[in-house]
Design a protein around this ligand. Sequence first.
Ligand code: FES
Length: 125
Amino acid sequence: MSSIQASPNTHETAAPSASYYERHLFFCLNERKGGEACCAQHQAQEAFDHCKSLVKAAGLSGPGQVRVNKAGCLDRCAAGPVLVVYPEAVWYSYVDTSDIDEIVESHLKKGQVVTRLLTPPHLGR
Ligand code: FES
């Protein structure tokens, strides 16, 4: 008499293969009232819009590629304006849209971190 035994893995789903996005960027766009330091004081919205446009124009946006998202305060205001790129968890402090150009060209297109724009590790809020 034969029997069929259920494998302990019968109800498990397949392991996730890859991240939904190859890279996911978060731009702090936080604005504080009363003149407190915040990324919005440093043209963060303009940089975000610029990055979205570049990524889209380069055909890099979408599943399996790049997603650029708004974020609230990332608690690194002293280094602002900041953005972070996952999955590498690379933090950048940028000055203007030319820095965003460099991040897109180097990091997003070639996988090379722009070391001159790295957020100093000790800077938080
Ligand atoms: S306001 Fe941008 S990190 Fe806090």
